[in-house]
Design a protein around this ligand. Structure first.
Ligand code: ATP
Ligand code: MG
Length: 511
């Protein structure tokens, strides 16, 4: 007898349908074969399924069993086909009598028949909904992840016995509670670092605020101990909330990477800070079965690269394309996969190997050749993609030690409110577009949303010729000015907004 079970495979960030066909032939010697480009983990499903069925108390047919995973030309990876294969065998052998055309199955089996966690539940659940299936049967531990979707019934299955009881009517599986409101997720949070704890550095704080408001890339340069790392680490406390469409994308990435903890929806903007010894694949993504790298895990959030020049040059150069396109394309013989990578880059570095170039408290001891070698580690094209270049000087000792009650240091909470307001303006502005922040504007969007007065245009023209700005820098300055205007809740971009944005461009000798 032949049984068909709906299942799916995750390719890149999305799922595609996979039909699990199970045929049990009465003739021929007992055997168990899986065809349809299975990888090692799928091949091993045979042993898990056999033991799981036996340990459930059902019978594993001693017949010729053929499992086909269709379409045959799509490589199948991972253990998530265990459950659909087992269900197929139970149906094809007549031990389970039910119609499952409208259901999707996914999950790994343990030898005793329990269902284990599976990666990529959310994209597969989204696929099931798109294909107008009505039910999803999945491991209990993953049920909350799928439960954020409406319009499809989720059945959390603890083990094969529970599934058999469900279909015979002996004990129906209870559907999990749905989360009623997306905003319920946003609770008041506590952060490890707060702007309140950073003394002085007003200019740097302002720059970080602008960067957070418009998701602009920022480079902090300064002597050791100036507070660059500290500033970057306070960023999560001032980032605006994710909107639902962003949260779903981020959750999908974490879901296929197996990094969703107990939460069913990622609601906090990610903050990723890979070490400079991270590999190319770890940072950019890839591998034989391509997985998202740090740049995709930082999608809609922050990628913090501390000690920027210490990253291998080829790794930094690989950031060029994703920084421009907001996604990374990984080509393999089996096809091309796109992972989104719209991240805000925050990079920190010393100005020179000894760290004291331009520091008026200590002399720089680096030779000219050391300096050139150090500065060459980061290419011009990368620097050109960074909107805000900021010198972070060492904070004066009086500021560090004296507690001046009259000087009120703004806490992150207050700054976050301003950032959120500016981001709300942007969300509304880009309502009918695919983008969510000013930094993502294309040239066409700039034309539409950034009308410049004559005064602004002439100021920009002057700057382009005096500061040797590239065409890209020119566009980036306008985007930055748009964010500065949004922070002030100003509908039009004024010349002081342009002037402030220009301050953050690097001096040409640094390029
Ligand atoms: N403005 C500041 N206010 C309060 N504490 C500060 C400030 N700047 C630095 N510190 C203190 O100094 C420590 C070191 O700062 P941080 O690690 O941010 O320096 P850095 O600029 O990243 O240096 P490096 O170039 O060596 O990486 C911080 O943990 C913090 O305790
Ligand atoms: Mg540091």
């Amino acid at each position: 007898m032949l049984a068909r079970v709906n299942s799916s495979a995750v390719v890149g960030l999305d799922a595609v349908p996979v039909e699990v066909e199970v045929d049990i032939a009465n003739q021929g010697l007992p055997s168990f074969a899986i065809v349809g480009l299975p990888d090692k983990a799928v091949e091993e499903a045979k042993e898990r399924v056999r033991s799981a069925i036996k340990n459930t108390g059902a019978e594993f047919p001693a017949k010729r069993i053929t499992v086909n995973l269709a379409p045959a030309d799509l490589p199948k990876e991972g253990p998530s086909y265990d459950f659909p294969i087992a269900v197929g065998i139970l149906i094809a052998s007549g031990q389970l009598k039910t119609d499952i055309q409208d259901a999707l199955f996914m999950g790994e089996l343990s030898l005793d028949g329990r269902l284990r966690h599976t990666n990529g539940v959310l994209p597969q659940a989204i696929l099931a909904k798109e294909k107008r299936l009505k039910r999803i049967f999945l491991p209990s531990v993953d049920s909350t992840e799928a439960a954020i979707l409406r319009g499809i019934k989720i059945y959390p299955v603890p083990n094969l016995i529970a599934l058999m009881h469900h279909f015979t009517g002996a004990k129906i599986i209870i559907k999990p509670q749905r989360y009623i409101n997306f905003t319920d997720y946003f609770k008041e949070e506590l952060f490890d670092f707060d702007l309140r704890d950073i003394k002085g550095q007003e200019k740097a704080k302002r720059a970080v605020e602008i960067a957070a408001a418009g998701s602009h890339n920022i480079l902090l340069k300064g002597p050791p101990g100036a507070g660059k790392t500290l500033l970057a680490r306070t960023l999560p406390s001032i980032l605006p909330k994710l909107i639902l469409s962003e949260a779903l994308d981020v959750t999908k990435i974490y879901s296929i990477s197996g990094l969703l903890n107990k939460e069913s929806l990622v609601v906090k903007r990610p903050f990723r800070s890979p070490h400079h010894t991270a590999s190319h694949i770890g940072l950019i993504g890839g591998g034989t079965s391509p997985k998202p790298g740090e740049i995709s895990l930082a999608h809609r959030g922050v990628l913090f690269l501390d000690e920027f020049p210490e990253f291998p040059r080829h790794v930094l150069e690989a950031l060029r394309q994703p920084m421009e396109d907001g996604m990374i394309t990984i080509s393999r013989s089996s096809g091309r996969i796109n992972f989104p990578a719209k991240f805000m880059l925050i990079a920190a570095q010393n100005p020179c190997p000894c760290g004291h170039l331009g520091d008026n408290r200590r002399e720089c001891k680096c030779s000219a050749s050391e300096l050139t070698r150090y500065q060459k580690r980061i290419s011009g094209p990368i620097l050109d993609r960074i909107d805000i270049h900021l010198d972070v000087p060492a904070v004066k000792v009086e500021k560090l030690t004296t507690e001046d009650k009259k000087i009120k240091i703004e806490p992150s909470d207050t700054v976050r409110k301003r950032v959120q307001k500016a981001r709300d303006i942007q969300t509304k502005r880009f309502e009918n577009k695919k983008i969510t922040a000013n930094s993502e504007m294309t040239n066409k969007d700039i034309k539409e949303f950034c009308t410049l007065s004559e005064e602004c245009t002439s100021l920009l023209h002057l700057a382009v010729s005096k500061m040797n700005l590239s065409a890209r820098s020119y566009q980036r300055t306008i985007k930055l000015a748009r964010t500065i205007a949004d922070l002030q809740e100003s509908k039009v971009i004024k010349s002081n907004h342009i002037a402030e944005a220009l301050q953050y461009r690097p001096r040409t000798e640094n390029l």
